[in-house]
Design a protein around this ligand. Structure first.
Ligand code: PLP
Ligand code: COI
Length: 365
């Protein structure tokens, strides 16, 4: 089937969507990833037909054979992006082409077929358009989109599947953290690492998140909300959180973030913030930063602020860092001014309150 055919979606409307009052009640307090819209996208891949059968259909459970490849060997990748409600009643995606490219790169790393990038973007646009009533209008809330792909062949041999299912679901969300915008505490994972050189750290695959959960559980037992991972070779260099990149702000006004060496996810928020910081005239370095230096700089006051960033987390200040050998507070433990300015610059563009000079918004209606 040609790409042209697969770009045309067969639209099967949900015959019993949520009523307006049910939807309104759910949108009162959406949390993160707990409620879902009425529809989903599905596209199938098989070796003989390639990508085919693009559909918008009522959201429903997937029927999988118990021998399905993804259930055993975790051949799965995903993306995370948001649709934002604009002041004039329209809506936009933020840099969807960048998510499409990263999904392509993740597919290559997991030996999966690559979905054409225009098909990825169109699938997300179609879902937002049909479920547009679910885009929250409350301050800071948005419609989180979760495109994903699984090896759907039923076979237990360890080799790439011959068949795949690509799917997009949508979830209205508010803040990722229960504490809202206040600063989060981090646990330094000294025993568990997230990604090694040559591994899958730069791909957005489910296995990376499974591998991070014991560290997260350990951190939560220690009273922390998130975990910061160190590099797997020297156990010294700060890499990223389980689902967010990290930035440091120094007393001379400069910023630093770990470089993309292959073990870190290349965040689209990270990339956007580097651009916005440079637009503000700030110096941004993509250089390694050690956990010992972080502690020393926080204690001396050379380090003024630190924050985590990602689609789900947006920009979240880091207040405290703790580990078996570490314990320090950043600044006064609350959000700092540079963090606040960068968050405002990013979200003002995403929510259509500021000029979009980098042409990052993809307007849907
Ligand atoms: N790092 C990891 C491990 C993530 O899961 C995410 C979230 O997607 C990020 C960083 C931030 O990426 P992005 O800004 O593209 O959402
Ligand atoms: C995202 O920010 O989109 C992610 O995938 C991170 C995850 C922890 C929700």
């Amino acid at each position: 089937m040609s790409n042209g055919d697969v770009l045309t979606f067969d639209i099967q409307k949900n015959p019993s969507p949520a009523t307006a009052s049910e939807r309104e009640a759910l949108l009162q307090n959406p949390g993160f990833g707990r409620i879902f819209t009425d529809h989903m996208v599905t596209i199938r891949y098989s070796q003989d037909r390639g990508w085919h059968g693009s559909k918008i259909e009522p959201r429903k459970a997937l029927a999988l054979d118990p021998a399905t490849v993804v259930l055993h060997y975790a051949q799965e990748i995903f993306e995370g992006m948001k649709a934002y409600h604009l002041p004039d009643g329209g809506a936009a995606l933020f840099r969807p082409g960048a998510n499409a490219r990263r999904f392509h790169n993740s597919a290559e790393r997991l030996a999966m077929p690559t979905l054409p990038e225009d098909l990825f973007v169109e699938s997300v646009r179609e879902l937002v358009r049909i479920d547009r009533e679910w885009i929250p209008t409350a301050e800071g809330a948005s419609l989180y989109l979760r495109p994903f792909m699984i090896g759907s062949e039923a076979a237990l041999g360890t080799r790439p599947a011959t068949d795949y299912l690509y799917c997009v679901i949508a979830s209205p969300v508010a803040s990722y953290f229960k504490s809202g915008a206040s600063a989060v505490s981090l646990w330094v994972s000294e025993h568990f690492t997230r990604a090694a050189p040559g591994g899958t750290g730069a791909a957005k695959c489910g296995g990376n998140y499974a591998a991070s959960l014991s560290a997260l559980a350990e951190g939560q037992r220690e009273g922390c909300e998130q975990v910061v991972f160190l590099d797997a070779v020297e156990r010294r260099w700060v890499e990223e959180l389980g689902g967010m990149n990290v930035f440091f702000v120094f007393d001379d006004g400069s910023l630093q973030t770990p470089p993309l060496t292959g073990t870190i996810l290349p965040g689209i928020t990270r990339d956007s913030l580097i651009t916005l910081a440079r637009d503000m005239g700030l110096v941004v370095r993509e250089e390694p930063y050690s956990i010992d230096q972080w502690q020393a700089d926080a204690k001396s006051g050379r380090l003024r602020e630190a924050f985590a960033c990602g689609t789900a987390a947006v920009v979240t200040p880091i207040g405290k860092v703790k580990g078996s050998k570490y314990g320090f507070t950043i600044g006064d433990g609350n959000a700092g001014p540079v963090t606040g300015r960068l968050k405002a610059a990013l979200t003002d563009i995403q929510f259509g309150r500021a000029a979009d000079k980098h042409e990052w918004l993809d307007r849907l209606f």
